[in-house]
Write a protein that binds this ligand. Structure first.
Ligand SMILES: [Zn+2]
Length: 401
């Protein structure tokens, strides 16, 4: 009995090791396209035989493809290895307060197709039905016998319960405790693979780090400035971990209080950052209706004094949030996205000026944290949710097939 058990255990270990090796090989090629088998053996500290067998099976299953012949510093030249972009598709979607954004992605995160649908806020059920209909369009175009679907990631505008697929609250939609994937599933029985959901800023942060190649930061904070304002922090270049907190609230900077006793926020507290810098507070200050597109309405009006004052105040509040993030999270890189970045200098200049002027004060260091503004971040969260699907497969418990 004990021999049989030991043999089984050993076989299990071997199986597990093989799976681990293949994940490690795939990760290396994903992060550094063009590596040869010899490069991988050196970097992963695996034998050439192990790498050879792992690469062979990843080629066979359509995860990798061979490219040009590479010169090597020693030994024989080897074939460059790249992700095979032709055999898999990942779907990502973001449910925003005023829009649905969808992507179909290849393994590298390259967007094969995207779609943005403007919506007026409605019920979770109606939103799920519309999203499913739009996803079916992408599925028809990108799922085939040659291209297998790996799954669907959905980004949502509120905190998600850690370890449970429940949207706890979307304050700007008035949704509470929504199992959004359960609402989608009946409409999408053909969409196979891994399904998951996350907060939109956390998904965006994850994608910004996970799909990066070459020089990868140790940690990254993504700030999403749209109808609301939130952030996501990811850390660790191999499999980035998302900071969540006990209730999923980590990164909810929109509800940090900047003005005690200030205006009421949608969350019920007073003086939250969102009452100063968010799409909804800018709408309220300038009397722009829900049905109108905020950015399209504001862009021709940027010269108007009341618009300038409102955006400058919002920008100053954004600068404070950025500085607070720098001091509380201290990430290697900050990425600022969300629809409000399209408003440009009137909002961004006061924010960036404040951040730059104050970020080094505490330590007196000259080493600055890079802050990158994404002008068009329409699909960043949807793509990030697709990245989370890929990561859960590469690093998950099941065999890569
Ligand atoms: Zn609030």
């Amino acid at each position: 009995m004990s021999t049989s058990y030991q043999q089984q255990h050993k076989a299990g270990d071997l199986h597990f090791l093989k799976r681990l090796n293949r994940s490690a090989i795939l990760e290396l090629v994903r992060r550094t396209p063009g590596l040869t088998r010899a490069d991988i053996a050196t970097q992963a500290q695996l034998t050439k035989a192990t790498v050879g067998a792992g690469v062979q099976s990843l080629l066979h299953q359509g995860w990798l493809r061979e490219g040009e012949l590479q010169k090597s510093s020693g030994g024989r030249p080897g074939r460059a290895l790249h992700l095979n972009e032709e055999r898999h598709v990942l779907f990502g979607a973001e449910v925003g307060v005023h829009g649905l954004r969808l992507v179909a992605c290849a393994l590298s995160g390259r967007v094969l197709e995207s779609h943005h649908e403007h919506i007026v806020p409605t019920t979770p059920e109606a939103t799920a039905e519309l999203l499913a209909e739009l996803l079916q369009g992408l599925m028809r175009a990108h799922m085939s016998d040659e291209r297998r679907c790996l799954g669907l990631g959905v980004a949502l505008p509120g905190p998600i319960a850690p370890g449970k697929p429940v949207l706890r609250l979307a304050p700007n939609l008035g949704w509470r405790d929504i199992r959004f994937l359960d609402l989608l599933r009946p409409h999408l029985s053909r969409l196979e693979g891994t399904w998951l959901m996350d907060n939109e800023a956390k998904a965006a942060a994850f994608g910004e780090l996970y799909f990066r190649t070459g020089n990868i930061p140790e940690s990254l904070v993504y700030v999403s400035a749209g109808t609301g304002i939130g952030s996501g922090m990811v850390e660790g270049s191999h499999l980035p971990l998302v900071a969540r907190g006990i209730h999923g609230l980590a990164g909810e900077i929109g509800h940090t209080v900047l003005q005690p006793g200030g205006l009421y926020c949608h969350c019920g507290n007073r003086g939250c950052a969102e009452t100063l810098v968010s799409g909804w507070s800018i709408r309220a200050a300038l009397g722009i209706a829900e049905e109108e597109d905020l950015i399209e309405t504001l862009l021709p009006r940027l010269h108007e004094p009341d618009v300038q004052v409102t955006l400058r105040r919002a920008g100053e509040a954004l600068g404070i949030l950025l500085l607070n993030l720098h001091h509380t999270q201290n990430p290697s890189e900050i990425v600022l996205g969300g629809s409000l970045t399209q408003l440009g200098a009137p909002l961004l200049d006061p924010a960036l000026d404040y951040f730059k002027a104050n970020q080094s004060r505490l330590l007196g260091t000259t080493q600055r944290v890079p802050l990158r503004v994404i002008q068009d971040s329409t699909f960043v969260a949807a793509r990030g949710a697709a990245a989370q699907v890929l990561a859960s497969i590469i690093h998950g418990p099941n065999e890569l097939s």
